[in-house]
Write a protein that binds this ligand. Sequence first.
Ligand SMILES: *Cc1c(COP(=O)(O)O)cnc(C)c1O
Length: 234
Amino acid sequence: MFITYEEFRDRADRVRAEIAAACVAAGRAPQDVGLLAVTKTQPAAAAEHAARYGLAAVGENRVQEGAEKRAQTGAAVRWELIGHLQSNKAKLAATHFDRVQSVDSGKLLGLLDRAAGELGKVLPVLLQINAGRDPAKFGAELEDAPGLLATALALPHLRVDGLMTIAPLSDDPAVAARTFATLRELRDRLAAETGAPLRELSMGMSGDLAAAIAAGSTLVRVGTALYGARPPAA
Ligand SMILES: *Cc1c(COP(=O)(O)O)cnc(C)c1O
């Protein structure tokens, strides 16, 4: 049984309170940190709960799953792709998602730009950076970020909103804190060098959102804390 809306609302209230407390601790305004509801592996009702609560966007990590769910529900939310994107799904991603957070190669940038152009739209993207140098994670290497950004900024059908990262899994909270600080520093440096605002810093999940907010996150991606444990992926 999937959670009821009332249960979701209670969980979302708690997540919102945790975000607000982390903002106060960091001397930041709570409205400066967005909450992306991660609906992957959950039924389409997860997006409907999020919309009813007033959340602006949901995150999916598979193109096909996200596209199918979106077609099933009239939920008034934006759909964002947060999972690894294969080249052969670039066109599908550009078609069915409002933003792609997981862009980590020049090849993908080119394919998404071409697809967006064919669709007659400008596709917002984030560059995913492996800021924790985690061999188990996707994302561009830190050293490749300036070149990737330069490529992205030159493409007419993409709009680069900022950067995204996933912290390495670790028992040591300092690992996530260091990863988030690294992404923040990279963003500040790239923004200064290019003049692109790169406003969005998508970092922080259920377990490490306070550390991400302390480091400057503008968007936390939360699944488990909102919906409970995920059913195993199909
Ligand atoms: C699953 C996922 C999340 C949410 O993780 P939780 O720990 O359930 O909050 C956030 N970001 C990405 C990229 C994910 O794949």
